[in-house]
Structures are given as structure tokens and as C-alpha cells.
Write a protein that binds this ligand. Structure first.
Ligand SMILES: [Zn+2]
Length: 220
């Protein structure tokens, strides 16, 4: 993706054999809690958080955690872990009966809290990122951290607008992303729905039997 700032985190390892990214897990995080714009999140994910810098930090400074991506309040996208590797974001978790979500998921942190709405720039960036990941990986589901670790985690919280996010994914992707998607082979999705990357014109052109029908399908 364009405009990604890469900050490598040592808190990652190889995905277990045969695992790829099939699930997107949405989180929120802010450090210090409730404050935006500082370096705390990047310091935590790179094991450089100064325990003395804030009363809340001693409890978390030694944690070895990370996520693949962070979307800041202004929409800036930061990547910490390559998508092919396992980031350490979900902890003890399960999805559709399958434990250890880190093995088969991509973790996206939104800078925020459970108590405040997210910004327009964050939704736009998240939708753009989601489309790019769907074009590259067989992402079947998108869930909140609270969905994969119920009772233990509450993020992304009640202010994350799932309806808005899903509606944004339903909209046709911006041209830049669509061209990229088009150059890649169509991936079979296990279910249709808001998270399916699908260009119906392209499919119609491919499946049309005669050249005249192909041309007609392309014109639609
Ligand atoms: Zn989380």
C-alpha cells in the first residue's frame, strides 16, 4: 500500500505450517490510555516503552506484543509486522471454534479507546487497508478483539461503527486499488457478502462465451 510507514517490531514469529491470514482482528489502543498522538504505542510494540514515563506503564512495559498495523487518528498507517508473519495481538482467543487467532489473523489497531468515536480518516484508511488485504489474502471474516476474546477484551469497543465500516467495504473501491486488484487472479471467497472482493464486470467478461458477449460485458 502507498503511504505506509514501517516500524519493525521484534514481537513476531513465523505462522505455524499451513497457516495464512484468513481473519482480520480489529483492536483499539492508546498510550497513555485515552491520549492520542504520542509515541507510546510504537514504543510498546518495539519493546522501548519507558516504565517510568507514566503510572500505567510499569504494568505493560515488559509485555511482548505487536500488531501488523496501526491506524492513527489522522489516518496515518504504520506497519510493524509483515503480513506473512505472526504478530502477537490477540492473545488467548478463538474464532469459529479455532483457537490461537494470531496463527491465522492480521491484527489492525485503531488509535482510540472504548469511550470515544473513531475519526473519518481512520474509517477511510481501514476500508482501504481491508480491501488491499482482501485482494492479497483469503480473508474470510472480520472480527473485533472482543469477539475473539469475549469476557477478556472489550476493544474495539461500542464506538466502533461496524455498520459504517461494512457499508464502506460494499462501495466500489477507489481506482488505484481496483487496478491493483484487477491485475491479480480472482480469489474464491467462501461466502458472498460485504467482505468479498468482486468485480462483476470482469467476471462477466471472463465467463462470456463469444467475443461479442465479452465486449458487451466489458461495456456494462
Ligand atoms: Zn485488542
Amino acid at each position: 500500500m502507498e503511504g505506509v510507514r514501517y516500524v519493525p517490531s521484534p514481537n513476531c514469529d513465523e505462522r505455524p505450517g499451513g497457516c495464512t491470514a484468513e481473519l482480520l482482528v480489529i483492536h483499539n489502543i492508546s498510550l497513555p490510555p485515552g491520549e492520542f498522538g504520542g509515541r507510546g504505542i510504537e514504543e510498546l510494540f518495539t519493546n522501548r516503552l519507558d516504565a517510568a514515563a507514566h503510572p500505567d506503564y510499569p504494568a505493560i512495559a515488559e509485555l511482548k506484543v505487536s500488531a501488523h498495523f496501526l491506524i492513527r487518528r489522522d489516518g496515518e498507517l504504520v506497519q510493524f509486522v509483515p503480513c506473512g508473519k505472526r504478530a502477537w495481538h490477540a492473545g488467548e482467543s478463538s474464532w469459529r471454534g479455532r483457537a490461537r487467532c494470531n496463527d491465522f489473523s492480521i491484527g489492525v489497531e485503531l488509535e482510540g479507546t472504548d469511550r470515544a468515536p473513531f475519526t473519518d480518516a481512520q474509517y477511510e484508511r481501514l476500508a482501504e487497508l481491508t480491501r488491499a488485504l482482501q485482494a492479497r489474502y483469503p480473508i474470510r471474516d472480520i472480527a473485533g478483539h472482543s469477539d475473539v476474546a469475549p469476557g477478556r477484551k472489550t476493544d474495539p469497543g461500542p464506538h466502533f461503527d461496524w455498520t459504517r465500516y461494512r457499508a464502506m467495504l460494499d462501495q466500489p473501491p477507489p481506482r488505484r486499488t481496483r487496478r491493483k486488484t484487477r491485475a491479480q487472479p480472482q480469489r474464491k471467497q467462501s461466502r458472498a457478502g460485504p467482505f468479498t472482493t468482486h468485480d462483476s464486470r470482469l467476471t462477466a467478461a471472463r465467463t462470456a462465451k463469444t467475443p461479442r458477449r465479452q465486449a458487451r460485458a466489458r461495456r456494462k
